[in-house]
Design a protein around this ligand. Structure first.
Ligand code: AMP
Ligand code: ZN
Length: 492
């Protein structure tokens, strides 16, 4: 498997540190508001990367933090006359809830910065002891960037270039403008914890690095986040690890491209954002996933409602194809005919599986992987049109399974289970009334109704056939006459 390491700007063979195991850490949200769809894109891409690694047989240990102490949280709390803890708690819950709705798997470990203060202080002590950090006496602790000869490796910057424009703010007591705060002295009313140099709170870069070290060990296999975090956040995290423990923080750095709207990065500060919640209130999560995964994770992604509306149709067409394939297969079997030659669709399905894996093995090319699924759908639709009632059950099932399995690896369901099981119970009453059905199963009742309708049509009893159709329509369902026979589904 090839993985692009943004530190080396190259694709490299994925070589786990411990055989068969992968440790992954992805910077989580700062919880001062609902997460927006830009954040969601990054979380989705890593969710899919994780799912695919699991599919390949790796034992994946995945950690994602909640940044629940930060200037943004404190500012939001002050604006709203609440405590920072209240704000952080509300939006930690809200972020998790929306990620669940979006089908993002829970991390194996979800550390919260405010509960890991000891771990962070241990790291800071090691950095001070090693001469890589200093406390000027005002309660702050700074990391000394020039004490790390490898500073710049993650983001490809060099210290001299960074000096251009760098300056020390009035309220800071840095020795060098490049230095950054590991620990910030408490200001009145802010959350704080005791520390040897005085009460205070951790800096953001301190948090992730210390949590990685504690929960996954250093170096870990993959450290991820959005491309906007490569500098300074990941650079600083990496510098801390190499200075505190003498090891790189991560073997591979992976960065997702930005989600853009009207040519600009979606961000809270620009105000050009939609929350994940408002999008999922209007659109199926699967369609949003499908839209995002049609772009490779490293490329910028153009978000628009026009695209989203189009993708809802694509998702329904995928579901329609699988529904038709299953229907054709059921009918071929029910009719006691094995159907025509299966080999075409069986081969096409195996090829789609191979192409999908080849694309995903090449740095998680979800766009290429989806193209393999779409190709199979086109082949299957053409086959169904041509084969009609003599479709091969085996071929249809092979294609339906492949489409569902492959989309499933990407965490995209087609909603078909709910649909089948979701036939309304009123069908039982209708079948009892119209065709004397005596059972209690909506699916059986549907079959009884459809059989009676076919018999009525064959006997040219149009009145009866129409009353069955109208009764079904009154339940919000439609009968579709397909080449392989009639079937009932929810009206579109
Ligand atoms: P934050 O809550 O700002 O720390 O961001 C959480 C995660 O979302 C980080 O990994 C960011 O890199 C990522 N992120 C923020 N904005 C975008 C965007 N427009 N597109 C993709 N990822 C983003
Ligand atoms: Zn981080």
């Amino acid at each position: 498997m090839l993985v692009y390491n943004s530190q080396t700007h190259r694709k490299q063979e994925l070589k786990p540190i411990r055989e068969g195991k992968i440790s992954m850490y992805v910077c989580g949200p700062t919880v001062y508001d609902q997460i927006h769809v830009g954040n969601a894109r990054t979380f989705l891409d890593f969710d899919v990367i994780r799912r695919y690694l699991i599919h390949k047989g790796y034992e994946v240990m995945f950690a994602q933090n909640l940044t629940d102490v930060d200037d943004k949280i404190i500012n939001r709390a002050n604006e709203q006359g609440r405590t920072a803890e209240e704000v952080a708690s509300e939006f930690s819950d809200a972020s998790i809830e929306q990620m669940h709705r979006f089908g993002i798997m829970d991390p194996d470990i979800r550390p919260r910065a405010t509960r890991e203060i000891d771990t962070m202080q241990d790291m800071i002590s090691e950095l001070i002891a090693g001469g890589h950090a200093y406390a000027p006496g005002n309660g702050d602790v700074y990391f000394s960037v020039r004490s790390d000869p490898s500073y710049g490796v993650v983001s490809g910057r060099n210290v001299d270039e960074l000096m251009v424009g760098a300056r020390i703010e009035e309220n800071e007591e840095k020795r060098d403008p490049l230095d950054f705060a590991l620990w910030k002295a408490a200001k009145p009313g802010e959350p704080s914890w005791p520390s040897p140099g005085g009460d205070g709170r951790p800096g953001w870069h301190t948090e992730c690095c210390a949590m990685v070290h504690r929960y996954l060990g250093t170096p870990l296999d993959i450290h991820g986040g959005g491309a906007d975090l490569a500098f300074p956040h990941h650079e600083n995290e990496s510098a801390q690890a190499s200075c505190a423990w003498g090891v790189p923080l991560a073997n591979v750095w992976m960065h997702t491209g930005m989600l853009m709207i009207d040519g600009e990065k979606m961000s809270k500060s620009l105000g050009n954002f939609y929350t994940l919640k408002e999008i999922l209130d209007k659109y199926p999560a699967e369609a949003v996933r499908l839209l995002m995964l049609q772009t490779h994770y490293r490329s910028p992604l153009d978000f628009s409602f026009k695209r989203l509306d189009g993708v809802v149709g694509t998702w329904q067409r995928l579901a329609g194809c699988v529904r038709n394939l299953r229907w054709a297969a059921d009918n071929a079997e029910a009719a006691g005919n094995a159907g025509g030659d299966a080999s075409g669709l069986v081969d096409a399905s195996a090829k789609a599986r191979e192409a999908f894996e080849a694309q995903m093995d090449d740095d998680f090319n979800t766009a290429g992987a989806l193209a393999a699924v779409f190709d199979l759908v086109t082949t299957a639709n053409t086959y169904l049109d041509q084969a009609g009632a003599s479709a091969s059950a085996e071929g249809c099932r092979a294609a339906a399974d492949a489409i569902e399995d492959l989309l499933g690896i990407l965490g995209i369901g087609l909603g078909l289970d709910e649909e089948d099981g979701g036939l309304p119970h009123e069908l039982v009453g209708l079948a009892a009334e119209l065709v004397g059905y005596a059972g209690d199963d909506p699916a059986e009742a549907t079959d009884a109704l459809l059989e009676a309708r076919s018999a009525a049509r064959a006997a040219k009893d149009w009145g009866k056939a129409d009353s069955i159709r109208d009764g079904i329509a009154a339940l919000g369902l439609v009968i579709e006459d397909t080449a392989a026979g009639p079937r009932v589904h929810k009206g579109e």
